[in-house]
Design a protein around this ligand. Structure first.
Ligand code: 8DG
Ligand code: MN
Ligand code: MN
Length: 375
């Protein structure tokens, strides 16, 4: 407890799940820069480098105040040489030449636009980029084959670029609740993802669906989807069946962030009853015809048996870095964590839990509430 001024920072854990990371923090200029480099590393299929930048940004998000001098970083985890060079340049000159060069590079901009299309990953974007495609609009006239998801992604590109608000997420929650109630009495829905962490906007809306009687939830999604489709509420959907078999998952299968729940990746057609109240079109600028009375919104629906609910909730609340570090932490403790279960490799048994708190306790971690998992 008694040590120099910089020692305050020495106590920060190296795993994101060991620290509290609020949504609002004090180092956005630095984290924006590092996260842009992380994004660019992803675009260059350099995952290791990307994660390193994300970890560094995450550490800065957890600091109690703005970084002003390099000495304040002493003893902090996850800040490698490269990150420190970037931070130093920003502190001294207000910007990093590497970050600015990357931001304006043709490759970065094209990859950002192309991976911004729903259904398009880095590999596909890179292939298209090599073929001279720079923007979603280039795909409309090109002979490049698009799958069903990508066609929807291109069609609703401008809609899906606009962040989803909390109000829209709540409205969609009401619709999903009605659909679920109509097809299975007693089923429950929970808002997860970024909105559960307190974000006011997101790129999509994530819901978990369960039923207090184990097994009743099986095969629920196709019925929910039919209910929504009958009311013209879906622009796109792809539903996958549950493929999880506890007995077969470990130790054969390594833990991964892709789970095996019954799930639906969809695009909702959200009517805008409040469209008239929002920014009325300037006279002579935008005609009413250009402002449709609906908005396309990405929605993920995931169905979980109630016995796995706590694990699914923990796994789907994010952030992605928080999840990654939870799994890494578990591994280092001789356990294996997924969105389905926690397995103790030494005791060779599953550790049950009915709440997130219990899972943190099994892992020997202090409980971190959703609002502080914004790593
Ligand atoms: P945003 O939408 O507000 O931009 O952010 P987010 O809500 O944090 O991100 P997300 O991409 O919607 O993902 C939410 C969480 O769900 C995140 O922690 C990762 C997790 N997730 C997926 N796909 C899968 C999956 O297939 N299995 C599991 N278990 N989790 C997944 O995105
Ligand atoms: Mn989300
Ligand atoms: Mn999602």
């Amino acid at each position: 407890a008694k040590s120099g001024p910089s020692a305050v920072t020495n106590t920060m854990g190296a795993y994101a799940c060991q620290r509290k990371t609020p949504l609002e923090h004090h180092n956005a200029v630095l984290t924006d820069a590092l996260l842009l480099l992380a994004e660019n590393a992803d675009f260059c299929t350099n995952e290791g480098r990307s994660v390193a930048f994300k970890r560094a940004a995450s550490v800065l998000k957890a600091l109690p105040g703005p970084v002003r001098r390099m000495e304040e970083l002493q003893g902090l985890p996850c800040l490698g040489e490269h990150c420190q060079r970037v931070i130093k340049e920003i502190l001294e000159h207000g910007a990093s030449s590497e970050v600015e060069m990357t931001r304006h590079s043709e490759h970065y901009q094209a990859m950002k636009a192309l991976t911004g299309i729903f259904g398009v990953g880095v590999k596909t974007a890179e292939q298209w980029h090599r073929a001279g495609i720079r923007h979603p609009a280039d795909l409309v006239s090109s002979e490049h084959k698009l799958n069903r998801a990508q066609r929807a992604g291109v069609e609703y590109y401008e809609h899906l670029r606009v962040p989803v608000t909390k109000a829209e997420a709540d409205r969609i929650g009401e619709i999903v609740k009605r659909a679920v109630d109509a097809v299975l009495l007693g089923a429950e829905i929970t808002l997860t993802g970024g909105f559960r962490r307190g974000k006011q906007t997101g790129h999509d809306v994530d819901f978990l669906i369960t039923h207090p009687d184990e097994g009743r939830e099986e095969g629920l999604l196709p019925k929910v989807v039919s209910w929504l489709e009958a009311r013209d509420l879906l622009l796109y959907q792809k539903t996958n069946k549950n493929s999880y078999l506890e007995a077969k998952e470990w130790p054969a299968r390594p833990p991964s962030n892709m789970d095996r729940f019954e799930r639906c990746f969809s695009i909702f057609k959200l009517q805008r009853p409040w469209a008239a109240l929002e920014e009325p079109p300037q006279s002579g600028e935008r005609g009413a015809a250009e402002t449709p009375g609906w908005k396309a919104v990405r929605v993920d629906l995931v169905v979980t048996p109630v016995s796995q609910f706590a694990f699914a909730l923990l796994g789907w609340t994010g952030s992605q870095l928080f999840e990654r570090d939870l799994r890494r932490w578990a591994g280092q403790k001789g356990m294996s964590l997924s969105s389905h279960a926690l397995y103790d490799c030494e005791q060779k048994r599953y550790l049950r839990a009915t709440s997130e708190e219990e899972i943190f306790a099994h892992l020997g971690l202090e409980y971190i509430p959703p609002g502080e998992r914004n790593a």
